[in-house]
Write a protein that binds this ligand. Sequence first.
Ligand code: C2E
Ligand code: CA
Ligand code: CA
Length: 723
Amino acid sequence: MKVNLFLRLAHASMPFKRLALPLPALLVLPIVILAVAVSGLVWLVLRQQQAGADLRHAREELRQSVQVARVMLQPNGLQPPHGQAAVLHASPEALQSGLQHALHLMPQVQVAVLAQERVDGAWQPSHGDAKAWTSAYEALSLTERRTLTAHRSDGAPLEFEADGWLHAALSVSAPALPGGRAVVWLRTGPAVADPGWARARWQLALVTLGGFSLAGALLWQQGARVRRGLLDLSGWTHRATQEEWPDVPIPAGPAELHHLGKMMQGLTQFRHEREKDIRQTAFRDTLTHLPNRAFFQMRLAQQITEARKAQRSGALITLDIQRFKHVNAVLGQASGDALLRKVAHRLTASLPDVHHVLGRIGGNQFACLVPRADKVSATQLAKALLRNMDTPFELDGQAIDLMAQAGVTLFPEDGRTADELLSHAEMAMNVARQKMSSVMVYSPDMDPDQAASLSLLTELKQAVNRHELKLFLQPKICLATNTVLGAEALIRWQHPEHGLITPDRFIPFAEQTGFIRVLTLWAVDQASAIWREWLQAGLDLKIAVNLSPRDLMDRELPQHLHAIVTRHHVPASAIVLEITEGATMDDPVHGQQILSRLSELGFQLSIDDFGTGYSSLAYLKTLPVQELKIDKSFVLNMQNDLNDAKIVRSVIDLAHNLGMRVVAEGLESAKSWKLLEGLHCDEAQGFFISRPMPPDAFVAWVRDWEAPSVQDEYLNTDFKNIL
Ligand code: C2E
Ligand code: CA
Ligand code: CA
């Protein structure tokens, strides 16, 4: 782990390799201290050796001087024999000056002759410079004075050290002097004998030890600072792998480390800025400074996830400026750019909420992300944005009119991913352009390949297993007798996240993926079970189930359906299979065979949405169907639109001529009821009677149902005339 950190540090400080920490620089001060201490010690040792040599030399000189004195004290110039004192014949002054003269080659050696004033009196130097010698004499201790002047009958000279001097004393018999004796006193020095080296040695040792300690302490302290600095920097590199460019700690340690920290800080700053730059150019549109498509998609994806989590809905609005190419072509690219900037500016200014995100997602396309919105508020906002474009733009003194369209999608329901949502919004925008309308809200039927989503298929499969699918029932009424004849089963998906989903949002997908076969079998199975419940409740009704065109390509469909109803003990004749008009047209021969087979098995067949296809009368005649359902688009408005009413009348006549009964679906008003009744339509189905309801409410609904009274409905003459 630690090694790793240091590797990272090394990596982070790559450009500063040459700046490898000059730790030796830190050692200079302690090394100087050490060097001084050690050289002092060496100097001392050398000096001591030198002093020893000096001392030996001084002793030698003193001894030779004593010899000279002895020789001079004999009258014949010979040394007195051993064990015999020398004799002073001349005066002490004469001896002293003679000796001084004789010893001029040894200038270090001083000589004085001491004599007593009287017998047993004080000893006095005999010389003219007696003052210096007197104080020298007085500087000696009592014992030393005694040693100096002691009587030595054997005449042997005496050497001793005192007060930093080497002394030699020669006791001389001097019959002419008081006390009969004199002393020749020689000395050399001072400080020859004890120059104080010993004390100096200790002092120097102490200084050296102090030097060592000081150097050690300094090293330790500097080492600790370097270490702390390195740890700070390595800690930073570790953090830099987790956070985004944290602040570099500047080590307080040695200058180089400080410098390194500063440079890392500079580098960090530099990279930070550059990253910001990169991000800016990567996520901002350079022309308008709005978020670009990539950034917008990112934000959109975030918002989709959040909306799903919080179970709320938001909206995406895309805006397309029309004929912009034309603007570019006529006014030039630069003016086109300037105009786009103005558009961006105006759109931004007109956003009501700071949480709305405006982006430029294409050359002349803008998009607005509204974190919280429903269909109504999003449409309003889209319209408001477009209204903003109504005022002409001014460019180089010219007024330019721009037209724009908007597409609206809601998330999470209209798309799981940002891509999907954007493409749906753009789809709605294109539809708006085609229909020459300003704003369009996305609906799945605009999407030619919305079925492409595999995950929806997985979800749909799970929906069956998890019992999320339900059949709702919508009653069918006999217009002649005002009785309930049965119901059409309409599938619903109770989605755990999106709530109740109507079939138009997943049936087309199920058809494209082939999953519809499973759904159809499931629906017939459920319908059979419902029929059994009705039977138990004492109701004898028919239940209609929708087949998809794709089902008619399945050869095994008849036998499967037969197996299901048999299992439930339901007569096939109780089941009405509704097939859209065009269903058999893709493969008429094959489709017809299957229909015949179903009919043989006893199932009732009904042509659904009649009037929307192009089936010929001749073709219809060949089909074994019992029922024809007029498409609701004709029924919904038939009480207002005479043409619709006439179409309905023709269909009824046609069906009756072919021996089929007629069902009008999409009955929404009492007036239409009265019209249908007058046109002898057999059955009716629609919101005027009831909306589709859950099966458990149906039995009660049948019992409570009463036909409406439509006697008083007023029909104008045009309508009366077609009856
Ligand atoms: P459809 O077979 O034409 O079903 C009638 C549709 O019209 C139903 O819509 C019903 O709710 C609606 N409707 C009924 N009365 C009125 C009215 O008075 N006014 C208006 N405006 N609408 C009315 P729904 O339930 O949304 O079903 C839509 C379509 O989905 C159905 O059209 C059918 O083609 C398909 N579908 C529904 N259930 C199934 C199913 O189990 N299997 C298959 N293959 N398709 C199904
Ligand atoms: Ca139907
Ligand atoms: Ca229909």
